[in-house]
Structures are given as structure tokens and as C-alpha cells.
Design a protein. Structure first.
Length: 133
């Protein structure tokens, strides 16, 4: 896990689970590891960094060390590492408040637009090594 970036996601959100599947498929350099925000490790990592999960409840990216990104910045920092999607870094030049405004609309409506699971995603055996326990 050393030097891996950690993606914390809403484990019961269909959009978030699909995003994790997408990230895994395009993570050709094996940069990322994953944990749900609801998991013990997810809670521990957010508490250690003082991240208020009631305000950031859908995606957090933790860089090795103590750096972290939330909301649109997290999504764009993830995209920078994905095969075929690094061009999305151009959106980092937009003001964060503008990016987060759009992000917050999607995050607020993600359950009604994309659905919600009763339980957190359980990775397949072949993907289990990409998830923190």
C-alpha cells in the first residue's frame, strides 16, 4: 500500500461504485487503492485528516503522506492518473467553487438519479487486493 493513492468512496452509492469500477479499469499504472467511507479504515483515514464526512460524503482522494483532495479536486486528481483521461486536468484551471458547485449538484442527487445499495460494495476475489480492509 505504500506510495499508493487511496480513493475513499460512498460504498452504497451506485454512481460511486461504478466510478470505482471505471477507475480500476483505467488504472494501468496501478496507482490506486480503495475503501468505502463507511468502512473502519475509511472512518480512520478521514478522522486522522479532520475531514468532515457530512460535508464531503461521496469521494476523497488521499495522496501518500497527509495530502488529500475532496469533491471535484479529488475527481480531477484521480482522472489525471487514468489512461486516456489525463486531459481532464484542464478543468483544474477553473475556480474550485465553480467545479464544486456542479459536483455538489451531482452528489446531492446521486441516490435519486443512480440508485443506492443496501450494503457496501464487495469486491470480487481478483480485485480484493485493490481494497483496503
Amino acid at each position: 500500500m505504500k506510495n499508493k493513492k487511496i480513493v475513499l468512496f460512498d460504498g452504497v452509492c451506485n454512481l460511486c461504485n461504478n466510478a470505482v469500477t471505471f477507475i480500476i479499469a483505467h488504472d494501468k499504472k496501478d496507482v490506486f487503492r480503495f475503501a468505502s467511507l463507511q468502512s473502519e479504515i475509511g472512518k480512520k483515514l478521514t478522522q486522522e485528516r479532520g475531514i468532515e464526512t457530512s460535508e464531503v460524503d461521496s469521494i476523497v482522494l488521499i495522496d501518500p503522506g497527509n495530502a488529500y483532495f475532496v469533491k471535484s479536486s479529488a475527481a480531477l486528481e484521480i482522472a489525471k492518473e487514468l489512461s486516456g483521461y489525463s486531459w481532464m486536468r484542464i478543468f483544474l484551471y477553473l475556480p474550485e467553487w465553480m467545479r464544486d458547485f456542479i459536483y455538489d449538484i451531482i452528489a446531492k442527487n446521486r441516490y435519486s438519479w443512480f440508485g443506492k445499495k443496501d450494503n457496501c460494495m464487495i469486491p470480487t476475489e481478483e480485485l480484493r487486493g485493490k481494497f483496503l480492509e
